[in-house]
Design a protein around this ligand. Sequence first.
Ligand code: ADP
Ligand code: MG
Length: 634
Amino acid sequence: MADQSSGKTIRFKAEIAQLLDILVHSLYKERDIFLRELVSNAADALTRMQFEMLTNQDVLDADTELAIKIELKEEGDQKVLIVKDSGVGMTRDELIQNLGTIAQSGAREFIQRLEKDEANPADIIGRFGVGFYSAFMVADEIRVISRSYRKRAKAAAWVSQGGESFQIEEANKEDRGTEIHLRLKNEAQEFSDDYALRQIVKKYSDYVGYPIYVAGEIANQQLPLWKKRPAEVEDEEYKQFYQQHTMDFEEPLATIHFASDAPLHVRALLFIPAKREKSVLNLRKEPGVELFSHNVLIQEYCQDLLPRWLDFIYGIVESEDLPLNVSRESIQNTRVMRQLAKSIRKRVLRELRQMADDGSEQYAEFWQQYQRPLKEGLTVEPEDKDEMLPLFRFYSSRSEGALTSLDAYIANMPNDQEDIYYVLGEDKQTVAFSPHLDPFKARQIEVLYWVDPIDPFISPVLTEYKGKKFRNVDDAGVDIPGDDSSPNDVEQEDLIGEADFNLLIGRFVTTLGDRVLEVRQSAILKDSAVRLVSPADSPDRDMQRLYKYLEQEYQVPKKILEVNRQHGLIANLAQLINENPGDEIINLTIEQLYESALVIEGLHPNPVLMMPRIQAILELAVESEIGSHATENS
Ligand code: ADP
Ligand code: MG
């Protein structure tokens, strides 16, 4: 068959040779996955053929059935397993390129992974783009004979014993496609059995969309998973399908499978990946779903079915109502496509809302992973906000560490509360100490914590929800409903006289200079000594937060400092200013109060810089204690 004289020996790329060394000498469990890998390559080649033929009929064997055939044969006392397909085939150059000489980062990563955690290679090899080589787990020689669909191309063979190199030879093959001949190792004889092969096909490749013949009989159901009735599919099947199609190591966070026949034929199997961040090995290189019609992949990355802010959803959508014979560009604008998009979007949103309303851990995880695209979506496509906002979740001053929804917030509002209140800050622990919360705590009014770095971006867009306005509690002009007189709270008398208080305010102003816009008495603070507020309705108040987050030139924004005249510390400070204005602890205290307020706001550029001052204050405090004891004792 092969003409040895024209043969050529070519070295494998180093990482492939290393991979082969591991596989050839291995005796791993689950070696049967080699068949899954070969079948999956064959199916890929068939799909590419089918796709080619949508626009080009001038191919070799245009009428041949698209199928995979698995056969056994004996050569002397050797058993040979053959996997054959009528797919696109490979030319001599493609054989050289695809099987051994292309740089393969996947091989390197696969080997590293084996070294790291002793994973069973059979389990994971398919995920590294080197599935073909897994056949060396069961074969001591592999011969690939292939003929491209291009009419002028000649057949060629690739042969290797799994060492450092492979040979390329001429070959006789009349029909289109690829044959993989595996000379089975002595210790892999269990694969020379039709029954066993059929079982393996069922196990791994049942839904492959082409007939797989084992010894002449079809062994797979062929019904792609997304075409099955959802009730008939096991969770494990979804998981396997997802992992094989994405090479994601993790299970999907959620699976959405539905079918409908009217008004439109739709089959959809969609997945929300567990993580937003994709590994480099993920097969999905772009966002979008795979769009099929009549078993043909029309578009590999279709982004016209779901809004941009849901583009992390991967899956397969098939509709027989889509026309096959139009270009991708024109399909986009068809009425069917718009209907399809509407139906998919509606269904996905329904599932998400359902998951959200269940208040499940799954949804908390979803929100953790995907709040960013949703929030970004809100700024880019604010017209979709009625669909998005019911999905939003926040921590709040009353949610006890759990996430709450805007609907739940509204349901808990007292009758006289008109607005939705939120506080911006760095994280939920810090913001819980925010002085802005004083009056809200006193009145038991819930305040949402906006502590994600991109929350300041949404505040300009998020103006109202269900007729309720959003209000930042650091707004100097915010009104707070109800009163704060709790039963044991008698009208407080001012601790500081007017003159002393004015003196104190003056001292704050001279000490802080133009770092603040104004210093004034607070009408609402209870437990906190001071707070920083933004002038009423200042639209650009959060610009600096954005710069800080984006690591651009950040300047501490100028705010109004409100002082709590009722606070013990402030009263004592006023007294000290009156009695001993030169005491050095006065300025230190004012500076520290201001900077602590910045920390609470999440606006301090570098809190560590406060340390020397805190140290100085501690020293003075301890020293004055000694002083006072000395006076007591004398
Ligand atoms: P992957 O399938 O992830 O690309 P493999 O190691 O399984 O990696 O296959 C390597 C390449 O060899 C494929 O990408 C394809 O180009 C080629 N190939 C393998 N099997 C076939 C086949 N049956 N028909 C055509 N090309 C194939
Ligand atoms: Mg493969």
